[in-house]
Design a protein around this ligand. Structure first.
Ligand code: CTP
Ligand code: CA
Length: 225
């Protein structure tokens, strides 16, 4: 209820949010994917909507249900996600790229269901497009591009700072996926927020809804400053 009554500090803003895994087909019935649940991205979409944003939510296959009150489009592959993000980004004020996009896809997709005839099977993979980097390189000055960095503890901040810089992002959310309470498929998270201007802030362990709220607080504060 508190959140329903919250100031609409995102009203007039068009926010594009991605979430969940992608699925890269191997044949007609099999795919490569990852353990992303989409909960963090969904929490961000909900928080932005509650704060007045016009939300477009592009998501891979999710285990949680998507509310009917904002525009949601579902995709399967990284290629489809890339196409849709590029379609909606030009009119967005902000992109929050929380999706766990596959880095590689099978180079060949076998027609039908592949038989187990061979002794061993080698699958050749090719890289997918880095959606975030592509979009960030074409953004207009008023547009904000926010990425995530899924890392294992030791190099969390170092790697997140590198991704922020390499992909020319405005903000990165660094997520330690080596801990059970902050990894994939959990209801809680703890993140570091790092802005291009060098501001860094930790969001302590909390339910993903709370973490999403804090991320948007950081964005608002950062936009003011
Ligand atoms: N991302 C993307 N397109 C891809 C891969 C990743 O847009 N093909 C985005 C993710 O949505 C995330 C950010 O890039 O916002 C960082 O993803 P992450 O997996 O942490 O980093 P990568 O750049 O893919 O590098 P690596 O997996 O080697 O750590
Ligand atoms: Ca990756």
């Amino acid at each position: 209820l508190e959140r329903l009554m919250a100031p609409k500090d995102f009203s007039g803003q068009k926010v594009l949010v991605t979430a969940g895994p992608t699925r890269e087909p191997l044949d007609a019935v099999r795919y490569l994917s990852n353990r992303s649940s989409g909960k963090m991205g969904l929490a961000l979409a909900k928080a932005a909507w509650l704060r007045g944003a016009e939300v477009t939510f592009i998501h891979g296959p999710l285990s949680v249900s998507v509310p009917p009150y904002f525009k949601a489009v579902s995709v399967e592959t990284a290629g489809e996600m890339a196409e849709l993000v590029k379609k909606y980004f030009p009119e967005a004020d902000m992109l929050i790229m929380a999706a766990a996009v596959a880095d590689y896809r099978p180079k060949q997709v076998f027609p039908g269901k592949q038989k187990k005839a061979q002794k061993s099977l080698t699958i050749e993979l090719e890289p997918t497009e880095d959606i975030l980097a592509t979009v960030a390189s074409s953004k207009k000055p008023h547009q904000l591009v926010i990425g995530f960095a899924a890392e294992e503890s030791e190099k969390l901040l170092e790697e997140a700072r590198r991704k922020l810089k390499d992909k020319k992002l405005d903000l990165i959310v660094a997520n330690d996926i080596s801990r059970p309470e902050t990894g994939f498929e959990t209801d809680t998270n703890e993140v570091w927020l790092i802005s291009a201007s060098g501001k860094e802030e930790k969001v302590a362990l909390a339910p993903k809804e709370e973490v999403a709220w804090r991320i948007l607080d950081f964005v608002v504060e950062w936009l003011k400053g």
